[in-house]
Design a protein around this ligand. Sequence first.
Ligand SMILES: Nc1ncnc2c1ncn2[C@@H]1O[C@H](COP(=O)(O)OP(=O)(O)OP(=O)(O)O)[C@@H](O)[C@H]1O
Ligand SMILES: [Mg+2]
Length: 582
Amino acid sequence: MDNQAFPTRPKSIKAAFLRAFGLALLVIMGVFATAIYMAEAKVRDRDLAERAPAVAALFAVKLGKDSALMHAVGHAMMGNAAIAQAFRQRNRQALEDQGRELFEILRTDHRITHLYFDLPDRVNLYRFHSPDRYGDKIDRATMLQAHSRSEPVNGLELGPLGTLTLRMVMPWRQGRQHLGYIEVGEEIEHLISEVSATLAVDLAVLVNKRYLAEPQWQQGQDMMNRQGDWSRFASHVVQAQTMTGLPATLDETVLARLLAGKTVKIKDQGRSLHAALAPLDDAAGHHIGELLLIRDISDLEATFNGYMAVVILLSLGVAAGVFGVFYVALERVDKDYQRQHELEHRLLRMNTEHQRILQLEKLSALGTMVGGIAHQLNNPLVGVVNMAELAAREADDPDRTRELLDEIQRAGRDCRSFVRRMLEFSKVSRFESRPTPIADLINDTVLMFRQTEARHLPVAVELPDPPPELLIDPILVRHALFNLLQNAAQATDGQAGITIRLVAGTDEDSGAPGWSLIVADQGRGIAPEALDKLFVPFFTTRSDGTGLGLPVVQQVALLHHGHVSARNRPQGGAEFALWLPR
Ligand SMILES: Nc1ncnc2c1ncn2[C@@H]1O[C@H](COP(=O)(O)OP(=O)(O)OP(=O)(O)O)[C@@H](O)[C@H]1O
Ligand SMILES: [Mg+2]
């Protein structure tokens, strides 16, 4: 009992809850921010992915439009009688004289860079842009197709120097006569610039090295005064671009990812760029390279980051508010909890203390009882020993010896009667309750009492009408009532009567309903010094009393979950009340 383990001080509820709550908030906000970020990245990717086909389509439209212009140029040449005659006569000088002015207008106003007159066997007759080169056989895809299909053909052509040109080859017939071919061409840089301006993306043309040879390509770069870098990428060279230079961060790995069909985000001098590719095919249908799209998303990203910051700050504010409310509420809960814990702790300590006191009380009651028994038995036993000694000494006086033997017998009887009372007392612990008509029980007890009481004191009984049936152990209650009647008679000197009453009454402490069985007398009353010892076993003021009567009554009351009380009546005499719950 003494080494009872007290609960240790509990951990703070507030701290535990707020820690978990804060963590949950952080996780939610992290997930929220990540989700927004991923959604934004997805939208951006889709935007660029959709822009790539748009670039390719617009590029194709522009090629178509310029091809149409080239067709018109071709028809204009064929419709010009002087040029037609010069071509028929294969007169290079006449062609120069008739066509130069027209070519210059086309060059300056319409970016037409190439104008050829070729013979039916595809051998070049005259190049307006390079009059000194002629007599070579043209075997570019556009020419071959126009030759075999006998119709105008246009498409992109990659020259040996790396230049990418849009070409249109138109067979020239007059009646049944096949005069040859007119070929018109333009470099495509201006088309890339136009597409770039329309769709707000930077563009670059990447040509697959498979279709180029480095020396010629280098020659082309020198010819056009360009500083292209053949070794920048393993597989491709940059042939044209709308920005001043490709971002340094666009390296081999980035290109590999782009070629795998992905969009890639890169950083360049503090700017955020988003890149994707669109395929580039030539007139022969070869996949000769890629159109590289680069979109500057720095502003977009800055705006988004701004919104994100606002959203996160707002969420943080709301979270802090909720956190604060919880903090205050939990502070209170925590305090209550601590207080309650403190109380429990104190109660437990008090309980331990109480248990120890009960233990001490039990020991002291046992001591009192043993003392009482020893006292009750000692007096007659001392008498027995003394009288036996006397009898032995006066053995020759028979009358005296008989007298002494009588005394010894009486002392023995006293001992036996005491032991009988003790046995009666011990029997009181057996308890069997059953519905008992109380009127019968009282009448039987009074009858029994009259037989033992020599003075025949009058006993009045007052019961409620009709008298109730009580759930009690009849033997025990009769025994208790008998003891109370006996005490009342012993306290009465004259012929004053005794009253037994049964009244309904609630328990003062618990308020439980019950019955009070009251025995009142008009005797001497209880001595003031005896009042608080009445129920202590072996307490008696009578020379022949054992002091076990009232303890029996108390035991009976306790077995019925009731109690017994005693008081002196104002008009004289004492009153004992045995309260039994209903
Ligand atoms: N009706 C009463 N009026 C005055 N005093 C009483 C009354 N009943 C009991 N007492 C006092 O209480 C004491 C204890 O009573 P209790 O019945 O326990 O023992 P007892 O009557 O002395 O002995 P026993 O009942 O064992 O023969 C009595 O000695 C007496 O002093
Ligand atoms: Mg008694």
